[in-house]
Design a protein around this ligand. Sequence first.
Ligand SMILES: [Fe+2]
Length: 262
Amino acid sequence: MSKTKMRYLGWSNILIPGERGDLVFDPFFRKMYGAKWASLDDYDKVRVICISHGHHEHFMDSPVVAKKTGAKIVSSAEVCDYLRKHHDIPNDQLVPVLPFEDVELDGFRITPFDWHHRPISYLNFFKGSVGAAFNFVSNNLLRAPWRARYYGFAVTTPQGESLLNLTEGMNPLFSDGEIDVLRQRFVPEILIGGHQLVYERDVARCVQKSGVGKCVLYHPHEKLFGQMKISSTPVGKVEEVVRGVAPDVEIKFPAPMESFEI
Ligand SMILES: [Fe+2]
């Protein structure tokens, strides 16, 4: 079985190298909530940026990367409009797409689909840390298209591997039927997504239902939740629950800035 190269750059930021340049999901490298992992230089070869949604830690550094590299940005119409109006990103770099609309860019075939964000408890955020919660709310409200549509992405790499990116994670809002549709339509080999809070059973369900042979799981908000004193199921327990329903699936828990093959 062939291997796929990737790099995890922290947050929900995964980079996939390609022959003509890299594809990156949700680039974010500025120091925030005590986290500082990637640098702008890590994105030098990026040709395609996929933005899953307009929350600040998925969105705010994408115009910086786009201006430096000339990369095209694939996202919802709302995110693309915001980038045009507030960051002067030119139209020829913006690729607004609808769910299940395929685009081919630099050897990657990219198809967005509707993705479900977990419910956000602002009360818990403020109870944990007023300062971190204030940053979270003000960045979303004032500096990002936070109400834009939520997307996951199916991507076929230039090498022909089929990936399914469920961005910052899985949660009970994803129905089994929706995962069935994704499996039938894209026949994914690798699932990428976050594990956070206490959604390990939904992570396991999505891994099992999607029919993949491999998965890449990361905690998208480790530092943010650390500041807010919000706990998540430990990685070892997440692995145990996933293996309980998908014992033959290869699981990778990458550390921030780790390059790996799977
Ligand atoms: Fe989000």
